[in-house]
Design a protein around this ligand. Structure first.
Ligand SMILES: *Cc1c(COP(=O)(O)O)cnc(C)c1O
Length: 223
């Protein structure tokens, strides 16, 4: 199937309130152009240099999402244009994003990454760290970042019930934060979870942003 057909097939299964992030990492610009021609406007990349290069080369109405682990010293390269940073996993990274947002005279939307997987290697806050952090003075002083929601990655496993319960735990945390910490923030509304292999489960558990790569563009050789 073509990229356009894959997109159409996936889009037809998404509820209206769920947005599709087309994860185009490692893929050539021609693949992104094909998706763009089919109407796709949100693209996700996980490497700063690749993201900046594609932003430079492709149409300016694309909404670029940074979905991978972001190093503090590279925030400056994407701060002028990035629409959403999904994987903010530390206060120091958020402080750097705030600083670069000030320099660029803009407000940058971010998602805080929560560790939901049963794996040591995944980045992210745990619940206690996260609630402490968002109540602290450092967080409250940052005026140029806007936390619009949470992001999580399930364990890499074939156990569907485990994946479902990890996604459910992220949704549950989101609801509690919304009720207790972000109750007046109508922008706090995104839950980024679900990839090619598990996005239908993620949607059932409340995802608002699915990050789908290989099911659109085919498998990757690397990345
Ligand atoms: C690569 C990647 C995806 C997409 O993975 P697929 O399995 O190809 O859909 C989603 N989220 C993150 C953070 C990624 O790095």
């Amino acid at each position: 199937m073509s990229i356009a057909e894959n997109l159409q097939k996936i889009q037809s299964t998404l509820p209206e309130e769920v947005r599709l992030v087309a994860v185009s990492k490692t893929k050539p610009n021609s693949d992104l152009e094909e998706a763009y021609a089919a109407g796709q406007r949100i693209f996700g990349e996980n490497k700063v240099q690749e993201l900046a290069g594609k932003h430079e080369a492709l149409p300016k109405d694309i909404e670029w999402h940074m979905i991978g682990h972001l190093q503090r010293n590279k925030v400056k390269y994407i701060a002028p244009f990035v629409a959403l940073i999904h994987g903010v996993d530390s206060g120091r990274l958020l402080a750097e994003i705030n600083k670069q947002a000030v320099k660029n005279d803009r407000i940058i939307d971010v998602l805080l990454q929560v560790h939901i997987a049963d794996e040591e290697t995944k980045f992210g806050f745990d619940e206690e760290e996260l609630t402490d952090f968002i109540q602290g003075p450092v967080f409250l002083a940052m005026k140029n970042v806007r936390v619009v929601g949470l992001m999580g990655m399930a364990t890499y496993t074939s156990d569907q019930e485990q994946i479902r319960s990890e996604f459910a735990s992220l949704s549950d945390l989101f609801q509690r934060l919304k009720a207790n910490n972000f109750q007046y923030a109508d922008y706090f509304k995104e839950i980024s979870m679900g990839m090619s292999g598990d996005y239908p489960i993620a949607i059932e558990e409340g995802s608002t942003l699915v990050r789908v790569g290989s099911a659109i563009f085919g498998s990757r050789n690397y990345g």
